[in-house]
Design a protein around this ligand. Sequence first.
Ligand SMILES: C[S@@+](CC[C@H](N)C(=O)[O-])C[C@H]1O[C@@H](n2cnc3c(N)ncnc32)[C@H](O)[C@@H]1O
Ligand code: SF4
Length: 450
Amino acid sequence: MKNNVHLRYATRSVPRYTSYPTAPHFNAEVNGTVYAEWLAALPADASVSLYLHVPYCRSICHYCGCHTKAALRDDPVIEYAETLAAEINLVADTIGRKAKVTHIHWGGGTPSLLPEASFDKVMAAIRARFDLTGLIEHATELDPRTVTADLARSLVGAGVTRASLGVQDFDADVQVAIGRVQPFEVVEAAVGFLRAAGITALNFDLMYGLPRQSAESIRETVRLATLLAPTRLALFGYAHVPWFKKHQRLIDEAALPGATERMALEDIARQALADAGFLPVGLDHFARADDAMAKALAAGELKRNFQGYTTDDADTLIGLGASSIGRMPQGFVQNNPDIGGWRRSVEAGELPAVKGKALDADDRLRADLIERLMCDYRVDLREVCARHGVSAATLADGVAQLDELERDGLLIRDGDSIAMTTDGRPFVRIAAAAFDVYLARAAARHSLAV
Ligand SMILES: C[S@@+](CC[C@H](N)C(=O)[O-])C[C@H]1O[C@@H](n2cnc3c(N)ncnc32)[C@H](O)[C@@H]1O
Ligand code: SF4
């Protein structure tokens, strides 16, 4: 009975709420000119976080949902880094002074594909144009297959303090089915190089819902992953969207677990991670108690941005590179996802922003509420409304939509407080969606709720 109820929710389509409003509601009114005004108005004391996107990989994994493409040679990656350095100069010119950077995050794609000289060039531009004296974290995503002792040393030389490795699954059959053959020894060696160079804050990405995964295989994947003692893990549910990501057609749909099996796989992995001493953080993260993410959760300071759960509490996020999304005090801004278009704008001396969303007071209120609910699984509506100077009645429409979740024992309302129950936690996106005024109008398709 309980499983049937869960299944009913698990098959619903809802956004992942890495932002509110979500990216499908961005529009072309936010262009390079608007973005330039926003950057120029950046308050002098604003803390800034930089996200640098590198949309290249050596080959494309069958399951990949990221914005990336295959680069068999280094030339396009080297050229990309040149444009990235030029974009950094353009953004810094527009701000008009050295803004204070607290976080740097390299994502992709595979940022570790940048040859050392290109990586150094981008870092030199950042150092010349931003103030890094208050830098708290410098993190990069890495494909373990690209990690060498030299790369690890060069990352440390550039000040990288945290690395996130794409592990996904250790089972040999699953690896073949997902087009990513990466034996345990490869990940073990990558971890060894990083630790020897001095990078000890290590994240692993694992996935459930992959073709040919079984209860035994995922339990073994978690066992092997925890053997390597990362400080933090992410456990992502495979989002199968072959109509959108054509290469996912290489995944044999007959070998994909069904919705019930998916829930069971997630459960097993979650339990195994808990048994290994990792604390659950939000929907899909797990952290050792001494990791910054576990500490942020305990302090009620966990955040959510386009990378998912994060400890990054900077006021402003500047996205650099094709497709990158930034968050300014005035709203969201997204760069041209087309690498050629992005480059042409930067070469013409124009900011490569093509869309975004200016935020109004109601957007900010709902964004705050949804972020707290997604991070803490509970939120006091009166408190959130007070922070935004409105009465709790403003959210009455959303609250009215929570009846079904409450009846099914997935959520509890206590006065102005709403809290997901333990059973209800996996469905927190559905509770968040009740407060999303854009959703009803949404034509965009989203991934499954779990
Ligand atoms: C940019 S990649 C990580 C770095 C590097 N490219 C790698 O794969 O090693 C970000 C993570 O997103 C997750 N991911 C990719 N495609 C996904 C999909 N279709 N559904 C869910 N998670 C996905 C994977 O766990 C992957 O490690
Ligand atoms: S999962 Fe990582 S390595 Fe594989 S294609 Fe996607 S971004 Fe590239």
